[in-house]
Every structure is written in structure tokens, then in C-alpha cells.
Design a protein around this ligand. Structure first.
Ligand SMILES: Nc1ncnc2c1ncn2[C@@H]1O[C@H](COP(=O)(O)OP(=O)(O)OP(=O)(O)O)[C@@H](O)[C@H]1O
Ligand SMILES: [Mg+2]
Length: 682
């Protein structure tokens, strides 16, 4: 399988800030610097990016009214905070606020109506001015930077630096103006960006344009101040008034005075998101390549759907760019345009060519699943849901076949599992268990029950203490050392195969003359055939007798402990004591009658060292029977088919046993994980 190299750069790269002056300009390059809006545009609209930045064409279009509003508030805040070059901001707070307001208005008034594209929410200049005042004064009210800032470092100043980072080649200078940079009371350099917004960002959002901006600001502020920036906060002010909400009930993290605030901070702490630098370096390289005429793949950071997937796939080099480039190489494509021209000529017209291309994509409506093999059906169904998986291999087992797939870029494991019903529908088999991923591999698996189910014909080959449990999908016998296990819980609904399984263990244990078996059979019909066999020291079905015997075993355990102490040994190995294996078929029967006391508990906790091991089987997977204490002490769990997923979770903490097929089809759960096995039938 192709392994994807994931490299996360440590934060805090070395930046030699002022070296720009000493270094020669990057010769003959279409642009003189990079800015974060250029990067975002390159990612969202590469054609427009080239038109604007390479051709230098300024296309005069109208500006959206919300952008005009945002710019005006920015201008006003810059003036209020004293960041202007040609005006001096009054020292007195009230005057400074007024000064800022006037400068913002001035900006608005310089914008003529015709260049603004108005919206229903802001249809007129009067409305725009009203919103502007609401946003500016509201922002300042919530802003209260004096509470956070010990010292203001930068206010809206245009910075341009060529930065150098160890291991990265960044020849084009970066340019940008941070809105507000300060040192907080803990001496950390914090960057803030004023944002006027219609909707707050969600805390869990991965927002590509914010990431890009954060990286630019990091480098520029680092270069300007010589200090490593700690965080960047996008201070979002909502331009429409929030509904007042009850403070104690509100879950929003508005800042700073609770819910009535219109401002919400969205903060990145640089040391927590090294992914940001990974994204930045890649974009830097790719956009430079783009400007040098190479074909590159860029993530659409503003895509409506799956933008996170697009960004992550890109950062982790999971994009198709490399593969596509290889394909181009194979086809000897040097220039995409020429390549397409040739194709079109061959087909006769662009329209015809598009039809051929179209035909090479399969649409869900034309899919005929009935004609496909199972491996294709699964792949196609997932493709229908937008999840790319490639068939890898098939392993034929006794009760199920395992179809293994390699997931392609950006495929979330949790999504894979969500489509189990859809897969069952196209494969026309129910009970398909999905392994996403298959333990210890990069693959995902679909366990499809076979129509011609087979059973092992061989006998369990376990010897000594190594008991054969069942056969795995590869046909290998899975064994467990009962001394290490050290106690085993067997669960499954009626008829699923518990008793047959216990028989299989007993047969193997009887081959070992160091073992004594105590068989407890409250149902009276499951284990009676072993009564009197050599090695079976006790067979009991009467509840009282079982209870007394268990108490006897506890006493035996205590006396064994004192013997071990006298002999100064840690366990019974090398002594003449025999291993005692206590097997109970239908443990729940005893618990429900309340007769079992705490002997099981005591034996489970301490039995191991003195050679007393428990194997208990039960139909019931309720938490009353499979209690927390039982789960902790019974490290080995064998679960057969159960009726509900919740039963599976009670026993093995995972879904899956509800998909089993019965008749000895089981999941074995140990510290090594969970494997599906087919049990032997004696
Ligand atoms: N490993 C196996 N291979 C083939 N068939 C099996 C296997 N295990 C169980 N079966 C079939 O399933 C039937 C029921 O199995 P078993 O008696 O072990 O169920 P159980 O879980 O003990 O049920 P109950 O809880 O009702 O006692 C068996 O009679 C047999 O036909
Ligand atoms: Mg049974």
C-alpha cells in the first residue's frame, strides 16, 4: 500500500527578518510580493488570480455593500487606535472614538453609490451608515483592548518582509497589514484581526482563508517585532443585532461581557496548530509554481462543501496533483491546453469531447449492480456517496469473506461505517460487518457473510494450556493460554454456540493431566456428558451445591496462597498443585437467583496465581450480569451472536456481535484487540 508521508513542521521556524534588504530581488518573477488575499484567490479562482496579479488588470466591478461596511469600520478602528500616518489621534478616549467615527464616515462618503452592490438587508446609504455606526460603536464597546494589552505594538501598519525559514525556500517577500498587535500582561505577542461578519465562525471550522491569513501575520509580525507571536484572534463582530438571550443558558462564548455582546473571538494559538505552517509552505511552493507556468493542484479553501477535506488532503499531500502529473508524464503531456486541443480535434468538437468525458464517469442512475461482482458493488456504492475506495484484495473465510479496500484521500472512517445498510442492500446480504480500519493496517474491510457457509472439519489442535478458540479468516487456528487469559467470559444469545464452544475447550483441557475441571451446569443439560470423566473432579447442577462448591474453592484458594507463601514462590508452577478450571454454563441463572455471593468475584480477582481459572458462559449481556467488576477481571471475552448492538457494546465495548451469524461465529476480544473466529464443532 502506498504510504502517505505526513510531516508536521514544528512551530516557531527561524525568521531572519531584515535580510530582505541585503538579498537580491527575485529576478523576472510576475509578482513583487505575496499577500494572504492573493493566496486565497489563487485557491478559489486561479484564473482571476492570474488576471489580477500577473496581467495586473484591475477589473472595476462593484464592491459588495458588506465589504464596504467592513472596510469603513476598519478605517475607523485604525484611526481610533492611532494607526494613521497622516492624522494624529486625540489622546483623550472620547475624542479618539469621535475621530475614528468621522474617518470611517469619510471613507463611506468617498464611495459613490454606483460602485456598491446593495442588498435587501442594506438597500440604501442611510441603512449602510446606520449599520456602520452600529458596528463601529458596538465593536469599540466590546473591544476594551486595555484589559488585554499591556503594550500596543502595531496598529494597521503595512509590512513587507522577505522571510527565511530553515528548510524552506521562500524567495518572494510577504506583504500585509496586521490590524492590531499587542503584548499581553504575560508578555506574549498577540495578533488581532477585526472582522465584521454576517455569521460567526463555528469553533470547529477549519477555515482555509483564516489559516492562510494567520500564517502571513505570524511571519510578518515576527519579522517586524523580532518576537515569536503567540496567537491570532479573529474578533468577529456580527453586523445584525443578536437576539438578547438568557446569560446562564447561553452556550455561545461571546466576549467579553456575556451574551449580549456582539463580538465573538475566534482564536488560534500558533503552537497548537503546526498544520498551519504545513499548509502555508505547500501553498507558497505551489503558487510560485503556478506563476511560473506549471500545472498545480490547489485546494478550494472556500468550497461550500468539504472544504476541510480539501485543505487537509492538500496539506497531507493526498491530492491528485502528483498522480495526475505522473499520468501526464506517461501520456507525454507537456501542456494541458495543447493536450485538450488535440483531444477536441480528434473528437470533432468540444461538445463531442465533453460527451466522451461525461461517459467515462459513471452516474448512479446508470449503475447496474446486478451485473457486478461484490467487490465492484461495494466500491460503486461508496462512490455514489462520494467516498473513493479502491479494491485491494479478498480473503475467503469459513463464514465470511473479507473484502479489503484502500481508502482514497479525505475519506473519513466514521463515514465508511455509516453506509453499512446501503452496502447490505447492493450486495444483497445482511449482516455485513465493516472494519474501518482493519486493525493495524491502512485498509478498510467489509466482512460479507458467505452464501455457502463452511465449517471447519478439523479438530482443535490445542495442547497443554494452549487452547484453540477458533479459526480466523486466514484459516489460522487462534489459541489462547488459559494461564495467561486468565479468566474467560463467554456471551451470546440462545443457540449461538456457547455450549459447543465450552465442549471444545473441555475436550482440550481433558488432554492435560495437570488440570482438574469443576463443571457447573445449572441448566443440567449442557455438560452432563462429562460427569465422571478422568480429569473432571466435580460436576454439579444444583444451585446450592454450586454455591457451596464455589465457597469451597475460595477457601482452597486461600490455603493455596499460604502454601505458596511458605514455599516462597509466586505461583503454582513447579509445585505439585494442579490447575483448577471452573466452568459455569449459564452464569446468569446463578446471579438472578442471588445465590452466588461474592465467590466468583474473589476467585476472579485472586485466582490466577494459585492456578484457579474461571470460564463462565451466559446468554444475558445486561450490565447486571456482565458488571464492571466482571469485565475488569475477565480479560478474555468471547462473544457469539447477540440480538442487539448494545449487547455487543456491554461485553466488548464495540458494536459488531449483532452482525455475527450464529453457530460458532464469534468475536474474540483480548488485550490484542478483536478478531472474528469460527468455532469448532465437535
Ligand atoms: N462451532 C459450530 N459449528 C457448527 N454448528 C454449531 C457450532 N456451534 C453451535 N452450532 C450449532 O448451533 C446449535 C446451538 O449451539 P449451542 O447449544 O452451543 O448454543 P448455546 O449458545 O449454548 O445456546 P443456549 O444459550 O440456548 O444454551 C448447536 O446445536 C449446533 O447445531
Ligand atoms: Mg448452551
Amino acid at each position: 500500500m502506498r504510504k502517505t508521508q505526513v510531516r508536521i513542521t514544528k512551530v516557531l521556524p527561524i525568521v531572519l527578518s531584515k535580510s530582505i534588504k541585503k538579498l537580491p530581488e527575485f529576478q523576472g518573477f510576475p509578482v513583487g510580493h505575496y499577500s494572504y488575499s492573493m493566496f486565497t484567490l489563487a485557491c478559489t479562482n486561479p484564473v482571476m488570480f492570474k488576471i489580477r496579479y500577473v496581467n495586473g488588470d484591475v477589473i472595476d466591478t462593484t464592491t459588495s455593500v458588506s465589504a464596504v461596511l467592513g472596510n469603513a469600520v476598519h478605517k475607523a478602528l485604525q484611526a481610533y487606535l492611532g494607526g494613521e500616518e497622516d492624522y494624529v489621534t486625540p489622546a483623550e478616549e472620547g475624542e479618539a472614538i469621535k475621530h475614528g467615527h468621522a474617518r470611517g464616515l469619510e471613507y463611506l462618503n468617498a464611495y459613490s453609490d454606483g460602485f456598491i452592490s446593495w442588498t435587501e438587508a442594506m438597500p440604501t446609504r442611510a441603512k449602510l451608515e446606520e449599520k456602520y455606526a452600529f458596528c463601529y460603536f458596538g465593536y469599540i464597546k466590546d473591544f476594551q483592548y486595555q484589559k488585554r494589552a499591556k503594550k500596543v505594538l502595531i496598529v494597521d501598519k503595512m509590512l513587507k518582509y522577505r522571510v527565511e525559514v530553515e528548510g524552506q525556500n521562500l524567495p518572494i517577500p510577504l506583504k500585509g497589514a496586521p490590524d492590531f498587535v499587542y503584548e499581553d500582561y504575560e508578555g506574549r505577542v498577540c495578533i488581532e484581526d477585526h472582522k465584521i461578519t454576517g455569521l460567526y465562525s463555528k469553533d470547529e471550522d477549519i477555515d482555509g482563508s483564516k489559516l492562510i491569513q494567520a500564517a502571513f501575520m505570524y511571519f510578518l509580525v515576527y519579522a517586524e517585532t523580532g518576537k515569536v507571536p503567540y496567537s491570532i484572534t479573529f474578533r468577529e463582530f456580527k453586523s445584525t443585532k443578536n437576539n438578547p438571550c438568557k446569560k446562564d443558558k447561553c452556550k455561545e462564548s461571546h466576549d467579553p461581557q456575556g451574551c449580549h455582546s456582539q463580538t465573538k473571538p475566534f482564536r488560534f494559538v500558533y503552537s497548537e496548530i503546526p498544520i498551519l505552517f504545513e499548509l502555508f509552505y505547500r501553498l507558497y511552493g505551489d503558487i510560485t509554481d503556478l506563476l511560473m507556468g506549471k500545472a498545480v493542484f490547489l485546494p478550494n479553501v472556500r468550497a461550500m462543501f468539504e472544504k476541510e477535506v480539501s485543505i487537509l488532503a492538500y496539506i497531507y499531500r493526498l491530492d491528485v496533483g502528483e498522480e495526475r502529473n505522473q499520468a501526464f508524464k506517461r501520456m507525454k503531456v507537456e501542456n494541458l491546453t495543447d493536450f485538450l486541443k488535440e483531444k477536441i480535434q480528434k473528437e470533432g468538437s468540444l461538445k463531442k469531447y465533453m460527451e466522451t468525458v461525461e461517459a467515462s464517469f459513471i452516474s448512479a442512475s446508470t449503475l447496474n449492480y446486478k451485473d457486478m461482482k461484490i467487490e465492484e458493488r461495494i466500491k460503486m456504492k461508496m462512490a455514489e456517496h462520494g467516498l473513493g475506495i479502491e479494491f485491494h484484495s479478498k480473503v475467503e473465510g469459513y463464514s465470511v469473506d473479507l473484502y479489503r479496500y484502500e481508502p482514497s484521500i479525505g475519506v473519513k472512517m466514521s463515514k465508511i461505517e455509516a453506509y453499512s445498510k446501503d452496502i447490505e442492500q447492493v450486495v444483497e446480504v445482511s449482516g455485513i460487518r465493516i472494519l474501518a480500519p482493519i486493525a493495524d493496517s491502512g485498509l478498510i474491510g467489509y466482512e460479507v457473510p458467505r452464501t455457502d457457509r463452511r465449517f471447519p472439519t478439523s479438530k482443535p489442535k490445542g495442547d497443554g494450556f494452549n487452547l484453540a478458540i477458533g479459526i480466523d479468516i486466514q484459516g489460522n487456528e487462534k489459541r489462547i493460554d488459559i494461564r495467561e487469559a486468565p479468566h474467560m467470559l463467554v456471551c451470546g444469545s440462545s443457540g449461538s454456540g456457547k455450549s459447543i464452544f465450552l465442549n471444545c475447550l473441555i475436550e482440550q483441557l481433558l488432554r492435560n493431566n495437570q488440570v482438574e475441571l469443576h463443571l457447573f451446569d445449572p441448566k443440567q443439560v449442557e455438560l452432563f456428558q462429562y460427569e465422571g470423566r478422568k480429569g473432571v473432579v466435580q460436576y454439579a447442577f444444583d444451585h446450592e451445591e454450586i454455591n457451596t462448591s464455589l465457597e469451597g474453592l475460595v477457601l482452597e484458594m486461600e490455603s493455596r496462597y499460604s502454601t505458596l507463601k511458605k514455599l516462597r514462590v509466586k505461583n503454582i508452577e513447579g509445585t505439585d498443585m494442579k490447575y483448577k478450571i471452573v466452568i459455569i454454563d449459564e452464569y446468569a441463572d446463578l446471579v438472578v437467583r442471588g445465590e452466588i455471593g461474592n465467590s466468583i468475584q474473589l476467585l476472579a480477582q485472586k485466582g490466577r496465581a494459585c492456578g484457579i481459572h474461571l470460564i463462565i458462559a451466559t446468554q444475558r449481556a445486561s450490565t447486571k450480569i456482565v458488571s464492571g467488576d466482571i469485565k475488569i477481571n475477565f480479560l478474555t471475552k468471547v462473544i457469539f451472536k447477540v440480538s442487539k448492538a448494545i449487547d455487543s457494546r456491554v461485553v466488548i465495548d464495540e458494536d459488531g456481535a449483532e452482525k455475527l451469524l450464529g453457530k460458532g461465529d464469534m468475536l474474540l476480544s483480548t488485550a490484542d484487540g478483536i478478531v472474528r473466529l469460527q468455532g469448532y464443532n465437535l
